[in-house]
Design a protein around this ligand. Structure first.
Ligand SMILES: *Cc1c(COP(=O)(O)O)cnc(C)c1O
Length: 394
């Protein structure tokens, strides 16, 4: 049977693999050898499940959104990752990886962050586990995302502003990899999405797969069948989407719709729609689709949502799109804003701007009244209130 999960070499079709400097080969190999055994061990599962339940607040609710359903003429359930501790799905991953780091005997944690959400989730688990934490963040982002920088510092992390390149996420990532090359023995690099060299995409997908595991159980309880007709999620690097679809990806009854950030429009030159605009290349140690110019220089992406503002995409999703297993729609800034206001007024839920892109895809699909749709609300909108107020739709 055809499967959309990773193969033994870390590939999803043509995409994935581990393209890393020589000096990291041992580190990455060590991780490749360790991760499945650790993640599947009883002691890991016990500690991980306990923290997800009592620290994060899982299971997150699967909420039947009645007024939204009425508007779109189908049955829409929202998977409420916005209700997690720290306000998004990212904590599912950082808890898992820090438990792995400890079991591998590492004492120092590094991470990269763009908007600061992954940095905060990493600093949070480092405080919890009493580990040293260094977060690389482009200087431009340090200035744009001041509150998250202060949160990380309050949590005890050191935030290192990066001044190379455009001083954004891509440059922070390069700097984190450089740090890892200098401290391969004691340092563990927590990557925040289904990106990076193998085994990161598969590992992060597994750690987020608790989302679809819960969906299956909750749908069975509420709907009397354990699968939906549609699964919908937004894609930056792809981790909340990977978690949402993990247990359904080989189930052809389930349609998968992913929303990437169109920015000001796919053809505007100000976009982060990697599936529509990207060509094959290497970014962050992985072969995937990359927004690049004629010479292969990675181009600065744009989206109103900092969490989707990434010039690559996870190899899992590049493959799902190429194989037409997933439909990928580009949702523009204005469409996401409108969808966020709509959810707020219909259901009393202020979503993260990233999640609003998934909501913006609802109006692009022709649903039947009997369709059961599960849409993941990846995070809450508190961090985006200023942007929302500045851009009130008419
Ligand atoms: C970071 C973030 C995203 C994008 O990351 P993925 O890895 O694609 O899930 C989406 N939503 C929220 C709320 C985020 O913080």
């Amino acid at each position: 049977m055809k499967t959309f999960h990773v193969d033994a070499d870390g590939y999803y079709g043509n995409f994935g693999g581990a393209y890393i400097p020589e000096i990291l080969h041992r580190c990455v190999e060590e991780l490749q050898k360790a991760y499945i055994e650790v993640l599947e061990s009883e002691s890991f599962k016990r500690e991980y499940d306990e923290l997800l339940r009592n620290y994060v607040g899982r299971p997150s609710p699967l909420y039947l959104a009645k007024r939204l359903s009425e508007k779109y003429g189908c049955k829409i359930y929202l998977k409420r990752e916005d209700l997690n501790h720290t306000g998004a799905h990212k904590i599912n991953n950082t808890i898992g990886q820090i438990l792995l780091a400890r079991r591998m005997g590492k004492t120092r944690i590094i991470a990269e962050t763009g908007a600061g959400q992954h940095g905060v989730a990493t600093a949070t688990v480092c405080a919890l586990m009493n580990m040293e934490c260094v977060v690389y963040m482009g200087k431009t982002d340090v200035e744009r995302q001041h509150i998250n920088v202060e949160k990380m510092r309050m949590l005890g992390a050191e935030v290192r502003p990066v001044t190379s390149g455009n001083m954004t996420l891509k440059d922070a990532t390069n700097e984190a990899i450089r740090d890892w090359c200098c401290h391969p023995a004691d340092t563990y690099y927590i990557i925040g999405s289904t990106v990076g060299p193998h085994p990161y995409p598969d590992m992060v997908a597994r750690l987020q797969s608790v989302i679809s595991e819960e969906i299956r159980r909750q749908l069975q309880e509420q709907e009397g069948r354990d699968y939906p007709d549609y699964l919908m999620a937004c894609v930056g690097g792809g981790s909340n989407a990977a978690g949402t679809i993990y247990h359904y990806v080989d189930d052809e009854r389930v349609k998968i719709v992913l929303a990437e950030a169109g920015g000001l429009g796919v053809e505007s030159g100000k976009s982060a729609a990697t599936i529509q605009l990207g060509r094959e290349g290497i970014i962050h140690g992985s072969r995937t689709l990359v927004i690049q110019d004629e010479d292969g220089q990675i181009q600065e992406p744009y989206s109103i949502s900092a969490g989707l503002d990434y010039p690559g995409i996870g190899p899992i999703h590049a493959n799902l799109a190429r194989e037409k297993r997933a439909e990928v729609l580009a949702i523009n800034d204005d469409e996401a804003l409108e969808a966020a206001y709509e959810l707020t007024r219909l259901e009393g839920i202020i979503p993260a701007l990233e999640s609003a892109h998934a909501l913006g895809a609802l109006r692009k699909i022709d649903f039947k009244p009997s369709d059961v749709v599960v849409l993941t609300v990846s995070g809450r909108g508190d961090k985006d209130i200023e942007t929302y107020l500045k851009n009130m739709p008419r």
